[in-house]
Design a protein around this ligand. Structure first.
Ligand SMILES: CNc1nc2cc3c(cc2[nH]1)N=C(N)NC3
Length: 375
């Protein structure tokens, strides 16, 4: 994997870049739609590619390992062949899902014992086998196995957890040296900065992660319930330390305004379930704020969300009709809202990139953040 830093904004730490992977290039800043079990919920791969214009999507090691499982994925020739998404894929390591989803998990030095949220079966994730699982899935970018401490965490717990995450990272790196890609294409490891919301721990973790010399670096353990200003403070601390010539990936973030604020702090990659999960519930993001389409006030508004949009879901359906679909519980409502929200997130980061290349991002961001929050 290669990262080309093309330009940095004049009035902020925002960057425009290009990532090259075995399955194609990614222009940063980028938003990555979440496709947890190998599909972006309610949206076909063709719509994700052509209407959303996504350049990379996410999968989850925890979910894919449990279902469809490694045998199916291996026999398919990896996730790209299995789900037909031919562009880049990033898989999260399970570090977060094992803590947010699994039952009865026990953390040991060796790894995490947990029970499947699907059938209660017992499993063990270790840095080594999580690397092997991600080899079998075949994602272009794979995440280190980390512990994601809950928010808030006691200082002592956060420090112990950070140290464990660092030891697990070294085991991930070693395992990848001892194994090969399963399908011939290169796979790149991103380590994950932890340290909860403690400034000294975040700095120590950023230093440690930076010292590993990885091709990209992730910031984890944020967007887990902490106030927005703490997220921004921790992110700013970390991006000051991470190498400038490698992409920075802020995991699980966020709202449109969170994304713009963190782009200004020097983050290049984002993923979040909000455009899809909240979209399926009628929360629509627009340039002029958030619409709750179930609200009665849209019942006779026969305008589309945005008549000038390139995206059909945004341009060709009225707010009244979208509201009707949600009130009636029609599946089409979830599909249209998901496509609209994802296309909006991709358009947002595309416009941010334009502004960065023009050197006008900082001023544009200040006004746009307010505009995105209205309604
Ligand atoms: C929704 N917020 C969120 N914070 C995260 C933090 C992490 C993550 C996923 C996240 N999602 N995956 C990891 N492997 N570790 C850190």
């Amino acid at each position: 994997m290669n990262f080309e830093l093309i330009s940095t904004d004049s009035g902020s730490n925002a960057r425009a870049g290009k990532i090259t992977t075995a399955h194609g290039t990614i222009e940063t800043p980028i938003f990555m739609p979440v496709g947890t079990v190998g599909s972006v919920k309610a949206v076909t791969q063709e719509q994700v590619r052509d209407d959303v214009q996504a350049q990379i999507i996410l999968g989850n090691t925890y979910h894919l390992y449990l279902r469809p499982g490694l045998e199916v994925l291996s026999l398919a020739g990896g996730l790209h062949k299995f789900n037909g998404w031919e562009r880049p894929i990033l898989t999260d390591s399970g570090g977060y899902q094992v803590f947010s989803l699994a039952a009865n998990r026990k953390i040991k030095e060796e790894g995490v014992v947990f029970q499947s949220h699907i059938d209660g079966s017992k499993h063990l994730f270790t840095p080594e086998n999580v690397m092997d699982i991600q080899r079998t899935i075949g994602a272009d970018i794979i995440m280190a196995f980390d512990e994601c401490p809950p928010y808030p965490s006691e200082y002592r717990y956060a420090r112990k957890s950070m140290d464990l995450t660092h030891r697990w990272l070294d085991r991930c790196i070693q395992r990848l040296k001892d194994t090969r890609p399963a399908y011939g294409h290169e796979q790149t490891l991103f380590p994950i900065v932890q340290g909860s919301t403690y400034k000294d721990l975040r700095k120590a973790s950023a230093e440690y992660i930076a010292s590993r010399g990885a091709a990209g670096n992730a910031i984890g353990g944020l967007s887990v319930g902490e106030p927005e200003n703490e997220m921004y403070e921790m992110c700013g601390l970390v991006t000051e330390i991470l190498p400038k010539d490698k992409p920075r990936y802020l995991m699980g973030v966020g709202t449109p305004w969170n994304i713009l604020e963190n782009i200004a702090l020097g983050v290049d990659m984002f993923d979040c379930v909000m455009p899809t999960r909240n979209g399926r519930n009628g929360m629509l993001f627009t340039w002029n704020g958030v619409i709750n389409i179930r609200n009665k006030k849209w019942a006779t508004d026969f305008n589309p969300i945005d008549a000038n949009s390139e995206c059909f879901a945004t341009r060709d359906y009225s707010r009244a009709y979208l509201r009707h679909l949600f009130v009636a519980g029609e599946i089409l409502g979830m599909t249209l809202a998901s496509i609209h929200n994802l296309a909006f997130y991709l358009e947002l980061v595309k416009e941010a990139r334009r502004q960065i290349l023009a050197g006008t991002f900082a001023a544009w961001k200040t006004g746009m953040v307010q505009q995105l929050k209205t309604r």
